[in-house]
Design a protein. Structure first.
Length: 338
């Protein structure tokens, strides 16, 4: 083999490596967050609203985004005039004549794919029937904003943790996502430390970063001095509707202190309140690994989640080609020369 023939594979390999390095998307190496302050509709299960709701409640919705409001009752569908009211953090779409029981209301927005329909049921919301429930204390970890920049969106710290949650009567449970929850700790609105860089500077009204609607994690970290101070505290639940009705439960006492909190395994029998953190994605069923001949060496970086954070983990695909070229340039010593 001539020197020119031996040089050709090397030249081709270098050219391909350069091409991969220029055209292959870089892996995500920093915290990436989804969109903030998008319009959000506050309704119960399957778009349910109670008949005593004053309007259709939204957050972060501009009037210019609304094309029209339609009402369906039986077979009749008509466009209805409406007004806009703004109680607190909410934008209420109030159809002319109010919300009629057993009717469906469709809010058509500028983007047709974002059309939303709500159904008016015969229920009435009795806020005084809601109770505040406190789970057992336990030693656990909580998500916090990283104290030093390291690429991740959040970090974890050991803490004494207690779960607080609104207990709704069975008839009102379907409206859990419609209602608004605030926790009053030691006489002041509880404003816990942010759980992630993705949530810094903004908060969804009446929702926790660390629990489902109606829940909150009360905590005191063991080493960082973040959260509530160690010792005794009081907590009450302020529960309200988006249109402004409000009720505050009687305060309850609790204590947080890492020196005396039991390990999590010791409180299993006490059945802590099941309040899955908002920041934690739902578990997925395991998928079988792809066969070797199905793997794509040109696969790009993992997608950035629209609702949270994602870090790149896979090596760039051009590494495989480097190994291939090196193999071609170093033939096996066991090959016969004759």
């Amino acid at each position: 083999m001539s020197a020119l023939e031996r040089a050709i594979p090397t030249a081709v390999g270098v050219a391909v490596i350069v091409t991969f390095a220029v055209t292959t998307p870089r892996q995500a190496s920093a915290c990436s967050c989804g969109r903030r302050n998008t319009p959000q509709l506050y309704v119960g299960d399957e778009g349910a609203l109670p008949r005593d709701a004053r309007g259709i409640p939204w957050t972060n919705l501009a009037r210019a985004d609304i094309v029209r409001v339609e009402r369906r009752r039986g077979a009749a569908v008509i466009e209805v005039p409406y007004t806009i009211d703004r109680p607190g953090h909410f934008v209420l779409i109030v159809p002319e004549g109010g919300l009629l029981e057993d009717a469906d209301y469709t809010v058509v927005r500028r983007d047709p794919s974002e059309t939303s329909t709500v159904t008016i049921h015969g229920d009435m919301i009795d806020l005084e029937a809601v109770r505040l429930s406190l789970g057992p204390r336990r030693r656990d970890s909580v998500e916090l904003v990283p104290r030093a920049p390291a690429g991740q969106c959040s970090d974890r710290a050991e803490a004494d943790v207690l779960d607080a949650e609104a207990r709704l009567p069975p008839a009102l449970e379907r409206y859990r996502e419609y209602l608004v929850y605030e926790f009053i700790v030691d006489g002041a609105l509880y404003d816990p430390p942010t759980s992630s860089l993705c949530r810094q500077g903004w908060r969804t009204p009446g929702r926790s970063h660390r629990a489902r609607a109606g829940g909150e994690k009360l905590f005191s970290t063991c080493a960082e001095g973040i959260g509530l101070a160690a010792g005794a505290h009081t907590v009450a639940l302020a529960i309200s509707t988006p249109d402004g009705r409000r009720h505050v439960t009687a305060p309850q006492t609790f204590e947080l202190d890492c020196e005396t909190s039991p390990p999590a395994e010791e409180v299993i029998a006490a059945a802590p309140i099941d309040t899955p953190p908002v920041d934690t994605p739902p578990a997925e069923s395991p998928q079988p690994a792809p066969a070797a001949d199905e793997a794509s060496p040109s696969a790009g970086p993992p997608p950035v989640s629209a609702a949270g954070c994602r870090l790149g983990e896979r090596a760039p695909p051009w590494v495989l080609f480097v190994l291939f070229v090196a193999r071609r340039r170093n033939p096996s010593s066991g090959r016969s020369s004759g």
